[in-house]
Design a protein around this ligand. Structure first.
Ligand code: NAD
Ligand code: WQD
Length: 335
């Protein structure tokens, strides 16, 4: 029988791409999402792309009754947990909202899963758990010192899931630390669609390219990097989604907790990313050098070798593909 996989936050940017790759791998994904940062219009697009009906339960993962009903009604085999709040700056001004949604949501989900006997979970963690890493590339055993409320919620959820797995060996947990997800599905039908003005580099570049924003402010040109601008490990969202399929397969073989970085092991500067976006959209991107942004680091690049060894997975798509796909999505997103 086809395994049913519940994707919390499956209408969001990363979750929607995971739904597509799960379906392509022969799983039957279903979604729980409250659409607080996504649109219901994503769901029919997912059915159209996958060629299968993608069931979607509208609601909040903190609603225990809703979760219990969903897990039993659909006989879910495992959960990919993407739902949560993710804006670093907002987490500082609304800490309780972040603790409530991210941690409260995960507790409600884990309780409902335990009650239903569903004990396999893949969690969307983040490289932000490393904070100001001492050296790059960053391996999974680097010190964990998140610098924001958002980052602390991610680390607390990792700890919560580790404690759960220690208490009951039936749990199988993958903690996947994403570096900088970028790009969109090649169809141009789904992509990143934040409700508010974007804070991240790639969606801002797309909006500057489209004339919706006048320019990109480059946050710092005096970092200790080759061109003075910040260096990040951008990873194509489809590569990221494929890693979740590999993680679920791994959890069928491995009990306990598996913690992995998901990145490319290759860094690009802000200026290199702007140049790549200019190639993708065939237009100049207006930029303005600006002071450093609070909380930023010079370089954040994954050591992704553990994911290669453990999952047999590597990111295959490069920065040009990320920009080309993000631009296609920007052009077609309202169609
Ligand atoms: P997103 O906001 O596009 O997706 C999150 C989805 O969860 C949205 O559809 C939203 O409506 C839903 N949601 C939020 N709170 C909910 C709740 N309480 N109940 C039900 N649904 C809820 O974000 P994304 O970029 O797709 O990120 C997915 C996950 O990956 C998040 O947990 C995020 O912290 C993590 N992550 C993202 C990045 C990134 O740069 N995008 C990097 C590292 C980790
Ligand atoms: C990338 C680079 C900026 C905007 C964030 C979160 C992290 C994770 C991924 C969730 C940096 C520069 C950006 C702009 C710029 N998310 N930049 N002008 O900060 O590496 O990571 O998203 O878990 O937790 O912190 O990503 O895209 O914001 O920035 O110069 O207008 O682009 O300084 O060097 P970041 P980003």
């Amino acid at each position: 029988m086809t395994d049913k996989i519940l994707v919390t936050g499956g209408a969001g940017y990363i979750g929607s791409h995971i739904v597509i790759e799960l379906s392509a791998a022969g799983y039957a994904p279903l979604i729980v999402d409250d659409f607080s940062n996504s649109s219901p219009s994503v769901v029919p697009r997912l059915s159209e792309i996958t060629g299968h009906d993608v069931p979607c339960v509208t609601g909040d993962i903190r609603d225990r009754r809703l979760l219990a009903g969903t897990l039993s009604e659909h006989a879910v085999a495992a959960v990919v947990h993407c739902a949560g709040l993710k804006a670093v700056g907002e987490s500082e001004s609304r800490p309780l909202a972040y603790y409530d949604s991210n941690i409260g949501g995960t507790i409600a989900l884990a309780e409902a899963m335990a009650d239903a006997g569903v004990k396999t979970i893949v969690f969307s963690s983040s490289a932000t758990v490393y904070g100001q890493a001492g050296s790059n590339p960053i391996a999974e055993d680097a010190p964990l010192m998140p610098e924001s409320v958002y980052g602390r919620t991610k680390l607390m959820i990792e700890q919560l899931l580790r404690d759960l797995a220690r208490s009951d060996p039936a749990w199988r947990v993958a903690l996947l630390r994403y570096f900088n997800p970028a790009g969109a599905h090649a169809s141009g039908r789904i992509g990143e669609a934040p409700s508010a003005t974007p804070n991240n580099l790639m969606p801002i570049l797309a909006q500057v390219g489209a004339g919706k924003l006048p320019e990109i402010a480059v946050f710092g040109s005096d970092w200790p990097t080759p061109d003075g601008t910040g260096v990040r490990d951008y990873i194509h969202v489809v590569d990221l989604a494929e890693a979740h399929v590999a993680a679920l397969a791994h959890l069928q073989r491995a009990a306990g907790v598996t913690t992995l970085n998901l990145g490319t092991s290759r860094g690009y500067s802000v200026l290199e990313a702007i140049a790549a976006f200019e190639r993708a959209c065939s237009k100049p991107i207006t930029r303005r050098m600006a002071p450093r942004r609070a909380g930023d680091v010079a370089i954040c690049v994954a050591d992704a070798s553990a994911a290669r060894v453990t999952l047999g997975w590597v990111a295959r798509r490069g920065l040009d593909a990320m920009c080309a796909d993000a631009w296609r999505w920007q052009l077609h997103r309202d169609a």
